[in-house]
Design a protein around this ligand. Sequence first.
Ligand code: APR
Ligand code: ZN
Ligand code: ZN
Length: 360
Amino acid sequence: MPDVKAVVARAKNEPVSVETIHVPDPGPGEALVQVQACGVCHTDLHYKQGGIGDDYPYLLGHEAAGVVEAVGEGVQDVAPGDFVILNWRAVCGKCRACKRGRPWYCFATHNAKQKMTLADGTELSPALGIGAFAEKTLVAAGQCTKVDPETPATVAGLLGCGVMAGLGAALNTGAVQRGDSVAVFGCGGVGDAAIAGATLGGATTVIAVDIDDRKLEWARQFGATHTVNARGEDPVERIRELTGGFGVDLAIEAVGRPETYKQAFYARDLAGTVVLVGVPTPELTLELPFLDVFGRGGALKSSWYGDCLPERDFPMLVDLYRNGRLPLDAFVSEEIGINDVEAAFTKMHAGEVLRSVVVM
Ligand code: APR
Ligand code: ZN
Ligand code: ZN
């Protein structure tokens, strides 16, 4: 049973601490992973702030890549030495959602059964079933997807959460077509990944919308052809102008606010698609004229983890990165140590970084 250093949120809104934790040896169906890199995501901050639950202490970190160190009984798909990206939860492969090819809505997902603990034996709740701000973590073997071991762990890990969510919102949920026009509302890590996904999918016009000029500047490196500062001008009008008066084929909302969702709804051409990938907070409601929902047609979709199939999408996206067609490096604003997570939260909150990545 290894003892390793890890980042723990012990109580709501307290600064996180670096502690020594116990990680059990892998049991049946489990894998022990030596974490190499783990991105700092908004969801980690939400755990710390109490926005996700009250199951403290949390073991933070969930956007990670590393090397499998050991596997438990019955594990066949991964082996010690494999370089893997971790995903939130292993799917069952047997329920109705899995059988119908929508495993991201699996009814019976699972994580490691055994619990990692603090030195005094208190059980930890791993963020999104991963807990990877740790030198080693224990996951269900089905949470590990093998990818090309030549890939830098810093960028590989990003595919495990926010970047996959954005890429998948454009490529999977939005099913962007060659020649489409696409608008993306909110240019954080998720929105920029949606911009990269739209570009990869062949969109010819990609309009980035944000309220921060620095974010709009960054959005260009992911393929934005136009930028709109929604503080300075009405984004719906500007998007219509940029698309010959019609609106875009695909509008992606990556903020999680009703105001920006409405803008996405109206910035879209008749019969276009709106994809919601920003995560709303529970108290929010959305009001839209019902007749407009009817009259404008098209599809209103939400994207859950980019509607990804890790086994299909992670290796493919890694290949695209390695062939120079997906600018994943541009998401990494800084590489930090395990002691710097609290400082990274501050920078994230101030909008100074796209991603800080903890390197073990
Ligand atoms: N119009 C346009 N952009 C906005 C607006 C607005 N009214 N309000 C905020 N933004 C921009 C911010 O300036 C920021 O660049 O939205 C962006 C949000 O980015 P981040 O806060 O970095 O969040 P990100 O990690 O990209 O996640 C986006 O997806 O996974 C969810 O919980 C996550 O809801 C969040 C969303
Ligand atoms: Zn995340
Ligand atoms: Zn299932």
